[in-house]
Structures are given as structure tokens and as C-alpha cells.
Design a protein around this ligand. Structure first.
Ligand code: HEM
Length: 129
């Protein structure tokens, strides 16, 4: 059996920071192509959000030196005033899965991200939406 220290994390297997950046580039292009979703980003630059989302994915995929992130507090704070509806959250998940598919990301890694999407939904969806 391989030494546990030599087993690559999902973050490493997906291709690390450059691969995640490529996926997120594609993700935001696709998000902004849908008027319903693009509206949330109307007065913001996705280039500022991308590195933060990459950091969240680093935590989720077990990347090295991932920050200690309290995802509940962080994501609740980031989305508190946006009024994200359950439908738009669902569609965002589909767009992200589409981007992962476009890069042939392996099924177990996709499963980890699907689980994370379910786990963080309450922090992103607005209670009033
Ligand atoms: C699917 C799970 C999601 C995760 C993990 C996530 C993650 C993040 C992160 C890490 C940030 C940056 C926070 C910071 O500035 O430090 C952010 C900001 C933002 N997110 Fe999300 N997000 C998610 C879903 C969504 C959805 C569904 C929408 C709307 C359709 C959305 C719209 C935004 C907007 C507009 C900002 C910028 C907020 C601002 O500038 O004040 N996010 N998100």
C-alpha cells in the first residue's frame, strides 16, 4: 500500500491551481452568458471573486496549505445581501458541473464538489429568496 503521504490529493489530481483557474475561467464565462445569473455580477468584477472561489475549492479538494476557512461564516457573509434564489443556486451548480465536465474532471472529484455544493447551499441561498 502506498505511503499515505504520497497519495495525491484531489486538488493535485485535478491539476492544482492552474487547472482550477482554467475551470473557473470557463465557469464565469458560462455564468455571465446567462442573463439571470449575470445580473448578480452586474456591478462586480468576477476577476476579484475567482481567486476566493479557488481558495474555497482548495479547501474542498484538500490542496496543500489551504487556509483555515470557516465556510459557513465566510459564504454567508459574502452572499448575505445578494438574494440568491434556490433556482439560481441550482443553475449555478449545473454551470459548475458543466465546466468540470468540459475539462474531463474525474468522477470522484466531481462527487466531492457535488457534496460541497449541497453542504454550502444554506450559506449562499438567501433565506428570503
Ligand atoms: C455554489 C456555491 C458558491 C460558492 C462556494 C461561492 C463562493 C464565493 C466566494 C468565495 C466569494 C468571494 C467572497 C469574498 O469576496 O471574499 C463569492 C462572492 C460572490 N458570489 Fe458566490 N459562491 C457560490 C454561489 C453563488 C451563487 C449561486 C451566486 C449567484 C448566482 C453567487 C454570487 C456571488 C457574487 C455576486 C459575489 C460577489 C459579492 C460581493 O462582491 O459582495 N455565488 N462567492
Amino acid at each position: 500500500m502506498a505511503d499515505v503521504a504520497t497519495v495525491p490529493s484531489q486538488w493535485e489530481r485535478v491539476g492544482g491551481a492552474p487547472a482550477v483557474r482554467a475551470v473557473l475561467d470557463r465557469f464565469y464565462v458560462d455564468m455571465l452568458a446567462e442573463p439571470q445569473l449575470a445580473a448578480y455580477f452586474a456591478d462586480r468584477s468576477v476577476d476579484n471573486i475567482k481567486p476566493h472561489l479557488a481558495e474555497v475549492l482548495k479547501v474542498v479538494l484538500g490542496g496543500p496549505g489551504a487556509k483555515e476557512l470557516d465556510l459557513a461564516a465566510y459564504l454567508t457573509g459574502a452572499h448575505a445581501n445578494l438574494g440568491v434564489s434556490p433556482e439560481d443556486y441550482k443553475r449555478t451548480g449545473e454551470v459548475l458541473l458543466g465546466a468540470l465536465d468540459a475539462f474531463d474532471v474525474e468522477a470522484d472529484i466531481v462527487s466531492t464538489i457535488v457534496a460541497a455544493l449541497e453542504a454550502v447551499a444554506p450559506y449562499v441561498i438567501s433565506p428570503a429568496a
